[in-house]
Design a protein. Structure first.
Length: 307
């Protein structure tokens, strides 16, 4: 039920209580950090709304009229309830801000998020973090559904429902086992890559979407030929290292294996697939608390472009 338009606002009721307590409109104005003319105007508006005088003013100060005493007593309950509401809202906000829910693509969750989390722990040691490691499509869905406060995705584009910011950049590499025939060649052609049956991430993966988008640009008639469809970078790397076939994965995901020699990167002539890793949150919303802190940390990890 809508409130009557005759109900004074909380600021006026709170000011009235201060005048009754202090016995002076001037001292009450000081307590509320407003000028005395502003305090007088606020009381006059209150009186016009309730329809009766609430203060008697004299050279000795201000005191409530009989009607003013009644209104002050009722106002006390209203102001006390407002303080309880404010305290409750602060507690809820504090609780939310101290528990951060993050949804991130596997590349981000495995290779970037641990470093970001360590920095966040230094800034806000009391914040608890829940991480949902998934593919980019699922991360976006979690953010829109309210299951995550912020998401980190990869892919050729983001939906109009998101605010977004690039936080890292990456490129995709074609990888094989050291004993694979491609490993002994200086390079392969893009047509050879297009004809190969590859070990791929599942549908909805940003890695897969970026690769397919880049390849169809070079080979317009290309149709995917998937040898294996796996849901994790680790599973794909193990399959490739075991000799099952070739795959295309993030340079972040395969860096250690390339250094160790368990995987080999293959040069593909005239073909490169670069991508941006992005933070996303619902359009029209603001990041607050730990989500805002994590976002700032992630943005800080992106190397600045040279002028």
């Amino acid at each position: 039920m809508p409130l009557s338009t005759r109900i004074p606002d909380l600021a006026a009721l709170d000011l009235l209580l201060s005048v009754v307590e202090l016995g002076s409109l001037g001292r009450a104005a000081q307590v509320h950090s407003i000028s005395q003319p502003s305090a007088s105007a606020r009381i006059r508006l209150l009186e016009s709304l309730v329809g009766v005088p609430v203060l008697e003013r004299s050279s000795r100060g201000s005191r409530p009229t009989p009607a003013g005493k009644l209104i002050a007593a009722w106002a006390q309950h209203v102001v006390d309830a407002a303080h309880r509401l404010d305290a409750g809202a602060v507690a809820l906000r504090s609780q939310r801000e101290s528990h951060l829910k993050v949804a991130a693509s596997q590349t981000v969750s495995d290779y970037l998020f641990p470093r970001w989390l360590a920095a966040l722990r230094e800034q806000s040691p009391d914040t608890t973090v829940t991480l949902m490691a998934c593919n980019s499509q699922e991360a976006g869905e979690a953010v829109l559904a309210g299951r995550a406060d912020i998401g980190f995705v990869e892919g050729p584009r983001t939906a109009a429902e998101f605010e977004t910011r690039v936080v890292a950049r990456d490129r995709l590499l074609t990888i094989v086992a050291p004993q694979h025939p491609w490993a002994r060649r200086s390079a392969i052609t893009v047509d050879e890559l297009a004809k190969a049956a590859l070990i791929q991430r599942e549908a909805g993966s940003g890695t897969r979407a970026i690769f397919e988008s880049a390849l169809v640009t070079r080979v317009p008639a290309w149709q995917p030929s998937v040898l294996l469809d796996l849901s994790s970078n680790t599973a794909i790397k193990n399959a490739v290292a075991g000799g099952a076939g070739a795959a295309v994965l993030s340079s972040l995901a395969v860096h250690r294996e390339l250094v160790a020699g368990s995987l080999t990167a293959v040069t593909v002539q005239d073909f490169e697939a670069h991508r941006a890793l992005r933070a996303v949150w619902p359009v029209g919303q603001r990041l607050v608390g730990a989500a805002k802190e994590l976002y700032a940390i992630a943005c800080g990890s992106l190397p600045r472009k040279r002028p």
